[in-house]
Structures are given as structure tokens and as C-alpha cells.
Design a protein around this ligand. Structure first.
Ligand code: ATP
Ligand code: MG
Length: 168
């Protein structure tokens, strides 16, 4: 049984993440997905709550032919202890899929097998670019799975982001 681990902030979850997870699903028996910086929400960089992000992921992956677990993980301000913190919150996993240099380094030092998935149209498919489009009132819906459009509509996510980006 091989269980893979994938972590992101998913602010919001987008088609780049989805493409990577669909690829991981072909080689792993199960996938553990960490929702990072789980304690953050209602900021310009992190507009959505952990619960809202869990909803985005769970609904978008409903058709995935691979069991998955979505687990919020709060930040700790100690990188040296971070792998243990992640492991304390997740089902056991043997392979980490990440292209984030710090994540790769910390897991490699802990002796975990790390694989770097290829990027999927990274220029447009990035959380930062999508949040900027929402702020600018530009189309962003085509960059995320349809289920994410529904969640963001349901929680009035674009209005939230535009309001918190305003000045007093
Ligand atoms: P932000 O711009 O807010 O940092 P992001 O698009 O980088 O958003 P994260 O939640 O930071 O999204 O990313 C989680 C993981 O997904 C990271 O390891 C990141 O490298 C990876 N990732 C992000 N965009 C893509 C993409 N287009 N294709 C493949 N992997 C991606
Ligand atoms: Mg990122």
C-alpha cells in the first residue's frame, strides 16, 4: 500500500493542483492532502478558511478513482519540527509530492522519498494570479474546477477578497 502526501495552501484550489493530484492518483494507492496555513483566512494572501478549502478540494476530487484524505494543518513557527507536526496530523505516508524547495528539503532530511511533479501552465495557474484576477474583476473561473466556482460563489468569496483588500 503506497500512500502519497501533497500539501498546499489552496488559496484557492486550482486546475494546476487538480492536474497534479490526478497524476499522483495514477501511481499512489491513497493520497493524503494537507491544507497548509490552516489557521489563516480573511487576508488578501489567504482569503479562504480551512473549511472552505476542504470543501473546494473534496468536491473537486469527488470523481477521483483513488481514496483521499483532506487534512487541515496549522503553521508552526519552527521548520525543524515541521515534518513531525505534519506526521502527527496525517495518516502515515511514504512519498511526498512537492516542488516547494523548503517542503522538499525538510522531508528529504527526514528520510522521506520526495518526488517533484511537473508544473501545469504555472504562469496562469497560480493562486496569486487567480486572487489578482478576482481583485481586478477579471475572469478567473476557467482556471479552477467547476466545484470551486460553486464554493466561492456560495461564500461570496470574491466580494470578501475585494472588501478586505480595501483601505479604511
Ligand atoms: P500561491 O500563489 O498563493 O502561493 P500556488 O498556486 O503556488 O498559490 P499553493 O497552494 O502555494 O498554490 O501550492 C501548493 C502546491 O501546488 C505547491 O507545491 C505548488 O508548487 C504547486 N502548484 C501550484 N501551482 C501549480 C501548477 N500550476 N502546476 C503544478 N503544481 C502547482
Ligand atoms: Mg505557492
Amino acid at each position: 500500500m503506497s500512500r502519497g502526501f501533497y500539501i498546499g495552501r489552496f488559496q484557492p484550489y486550482h486546475n494546476g493542483h487538480q492536474a497534479v493530484l490526478e497524476r499522483i492518483a495514477r501511481s499512489a494507492d491513497e493520497i493524503v492532502i494537507g491544507v497548509g496555513s490552516a489557521q489563516l483566512s480573511h487576508t488578501v494572501e489567504n482569503p479562504f478558511t480551512a473549511g472552505e478549502r476542504v470543501l473546494m478540494l473534496t468536491r473537486s476530487l469527488a470523481e477521483l478513482e483513488c481514496p483521499f484524505y483532506v487534512i487541515p494543518i496549522e503553521d508552526i513557527q519552527r521548520n525543524a519540527l515541521w515534518v513531525a507536526h505534519v506526521r502527527a496530523m496525517t495518516p502515515p505516508f511514504d512519498t511526498v509530492y512537492s516542488s516547494n524547495p523548503l517542503v522538499m528539503q525538510l522531508f528529504a532530511e527526514a528520510g522521506v522519498d520526495v518526488q517533484s511533479p511537473d508544473m501545469y501552465e504555472r504562469l496562469t495557474h497560480s493562486g496569486t494570479a487567480i486572487r489578482q484576477r478576482m481583485l481586478d474583476g477579471e475572469p478567473w473561473e476557467y482556471l479552477v474546477p467547476p466545484a470551486v466556482v460553486d464554493v466561492i460563489r456560495e461564500i461570496r468569496g470574491v466580494e470578501r477578497l475585494q472588501r478586505i483588500a480595501g483601505s479604511d
